[in-house]
Structures are given as C-alpha cells and as structure tokens.
Ligand binder design. Structure first.
Ligand code: DX5
Ligand code: ZN
Length: 218
C-alpha cells in the first residue's frame, strides 16, 4: 500500500492551515513538514511554533523531516508541538542511537534519512531501531528539484535489507516525486512518497494525489 505525504514546503504559507485542510480532504495519508535551519542546508523554513499552530486543525499524521544540524536538541520541542513521526539525518551532528531513543521515549515514530552523497551502509546499523528510512532523491534544501534516479539503487538495497531482517520498514522517498517518477520509486521498494510541487503546485490536489497514487500502483 502506497502512502502519500504532501510536503507543505510548496504550499501557500499565507494560508497554511487551509492548505493542510485541503490535502487532508483530498486524501493525503500524512503531512510532510520540512524543517530547515540554514546550517545543515542553505535554506530556512519553519519551526515548532508553526507545527503547533497547525496541529489542532488537522488529524493527519505529522511527518516532520528535520534538516537541521542538531536534531537531538529539538526533539522535545517538536514532540510538544504535535509531531507523530520525526526523521533526522544520519549526516547531522547528533548521535543516531541517542536521537532514536529520545524520539521513541516521547512516543513518536523514529526515522532516519540519508542525503544523495551518503551510502546506504551509513544507515544500515540503525534499521532495526527505526520505523522508516527516508532516501533523499534530491539534495535537501529546496522544493521543485529534479529527481536523481540513481538513488533508487539505495531504495532497492534498503528494501532487500529490510526483507532479509524481517523488519517491514517503511521506505520513504523525497524530492522530485511526481506521476513520472513515482512508478520507478514504488517498483524499487519505496512505499511512502513525499510530493511537494507535484501536489501543492496543482490547482486540484485530489486529482494530483490520485494521479500519483495510480502511477505508483502501476
Ligand atoms: C527538500 C525537501 C522536500 C521537498 C520536496 O529538501 O525535503 O520534502 O519539499 O519537494 P518536491 O516534491 O517539489 O521535490
Ligand atoms: Zn522533506
């Protein structure tokens, strides 16, 4: 079963709550919230206050993608704000095991991500500890970039690892996902697809989600 997580990075920030309601009604499975600190990546987006402001208006699973240098220091803030799932980067400065433990002890699902230049081996030791792995299919920092197809080899390798260890991991792909790229991502073993511009860039979000879902189903 494919799950779709629209990224609010491409939403209209002037009416964010309305945009979130719109994709929730349009059939999104979760809501991808990109947090950037201007240090781990060259862009700055939103923090826990915005997550907390959106929380009462939405029943969607809040999928918080931390692209920040010290994720461990901010787990409590995002937990208090209402995150349901927190993804941090293996390239960050925080110790992965401690970060995963901290996320778990706040009752949140932990996920680990790897950027395009990072090999799968970097996350393999943590697979039994997390619920999901996020394979970046663009360099983190901005929406609307071109999908990097060779990243799908990492998806296949991680799916094989998950199967071999009986982990049933969710594997998420993020960056450049649309109707054209979703089929290959799903075929490689991804089951959670993030899409920013391919959803929020369209006038009809329900149709956009339906088309990506159908494309991924093959
Ligand atoms: C990029 C972010 C993505 C981004 C995806 O650093 O992590 O979630 O919003 O945007 P699209 O789908 O437009 O590539
Ligand atoms: Zn993201």
């Amino acid at each position: 079963m494919i799950k779709l997580s629209p990224s609010i990075l491409s939403a209209d920030f002037a009416k964010l709550a309305e945009e979130v309601r719109c994709v929730e009604q349009a059939g999104a499975d979760m809501l991808h919230i990109d947090v950037m600190d201007g240090h781990f990546v060259p862009n700055i987006t939103i923090g826990p206050a915005v997550v907390g402001a959106l929380r009462p208006g939405s029943g969607l699973l809040f999928d918080v993608h931390l692209m920040i240098t010290h994720p461990l220091d901010y787990i409590d803030a995002f937990a208090d704000a209402g995150a349901d799932l927190i993804t941090f980067h293996v390239e960050s400065a925080s110790d992965p095991v401690r970060t995963i433990e901290k996320i778990r002890c706040r009752g949140i699902l932990p996920a680990i991500s790897l950027s395009p230049d990072t090999p799968v081996e970097a996350v393999v030791p943590y697979l039994p500890l997390v619920r999901m792995v996020l394979v970046m299919t663009v360099y983190p920092g901005f929406g609307g970039q071109k999908f990097i197809e060779p990243m799908l080899e990492k998806v296949s390798a991680l799916r094989a690892c998950s199967d071999a260890q009986g982990l049933a991991l969710d594997i998420q792909v993020d960056g450049g996902i649309d109707c054209a790229t979703a089929p290959a991502a799903a075929a490689a073993g991804a089951n959670v697809l993030v899409a920013g511009s391919a959803v929020f860039g369209k006038a009809d979000r329900a149709e956009a989600l339906r088309r990506i879902r159908e494309a991924a189903a093959g």
